[in-house]
Design a binder for this molecule. Sequence first.
Ligand code: LLP
Length: 420
Amino acid sequence: MQSDFTYMNGQLCAEKVSVSKLAEECGTPLYIYSRSHLIRQYRALADAMKSVQPQIYFAIKSNSNLAVIRTLADQGAGADVVSGGELFRARKAGVPADKIVFAGVGKTAAEIDYALKEGIKFFTVESEPELQRISDRAEAMGVTGRVAIRVNPDVDPKTHKYTSTGKAENKFGVDLTRAERAYDLAARLPGVEVAGMHMHLGSPIMTPTPYAEALQKVRPMCEALKKEIPTFKHLDIGGGLGIAYRFEQDPLDPRDFASAVLPLLHGLDLQIGMEPGRFITGNAGILVTRVEYVKESLEKQFVIVDAAMNDLIRPPLYGAHHEIISVVQTTERAFGDVVGPICESGDFMAENRELPAVEEGDLLAVLSAGAYGFVMASNYNSRGRAAEVMVEGERAEVVRTRETWDDLIRGETIPEWTNS
Ligand code: LLP
């Protein structure tokens, strides 16, 4: 795990760049991304699945920095977007419109119009009313909207309840029993054309079993629909492939994934799509933070750092585990919590953990922070969002500058009538 963030002469390096040096130059908290890792992960998946030549739509919700999207677009990736803003980013980063798919349960009319105007590959449709809306908007514009119905195969992905999406109780997709009706409706609507089927089970998923289970359920339906609808050409199997968040954890090997799902895809004669996010970006990034204080309490030590839940919310939100290592290698250990400066007890990166022993001013790296890290950052407690840096080999560049206090109040006004 994390092979692109290793110690060289006792100093943590991002590829070949010293993390301490980057922290000095760019300040902390700081996100650092390894471009080589992004490319390696993308290729490992594309290679493992090459017998079906999948179109990989990078889930840009996991990390939507333009430099990250561009890196993957250069490899041939398309984009899975879930908002007008993500579509805007994907286009700005150079992803061709015909390699973009648009998912999400709540697409607004304005977002649909924008996507139709851009000419995206297809919408992943989550309900019958949405089908109707896409058809109406497309008709009004004199174009056709391509749609893939997102089916909900009712399979348990065995992940956190907030990130599980393919069970009957979740808001996502159309139940298999209702899917036929949705396809009938789509076939009748004047403004849409059925492009195929979509599924996404949840994330992170650590074994290929749920995918195989779901594909067994949807394959017969795909075969039948293909016969009925000549434009039915795509099966998008979603994202969710897990990564190792712990040193001792085995990552999901793309070759194991491929051997479980390929037999269920071969012979279907459909263009296979995949929407990985975390698999590509998760271990491509770290969050570097500086120790402000070490506080001893009755029970344990609190390492108070300058990164907080507004920078990385996964630990408090999902109880997610992120390994934390020191930037200058040490074998000395301490026990306690790593916490941020925000005024909430939920503001922690690690709780009750064996940690590297550190002092005020030392640097720590929170690992596996490349996915759902910066993208979920907020300005809570009026904290500017961190800077982001991309490295490759010996090169490094700031790919997003740190937010300033002026950025924090951009767009705010005080109404004159409040001056009494
Ligand atoms: N496709 C669809 C339709 C999705 O909803 C998602 C993730 C993906 C693809 C990409 O999933 P990935 O390959 O990155 O696991 N904030 C949570 C994760 C939420 C995922 C939402 N949908 C976390 O930090 O774990």
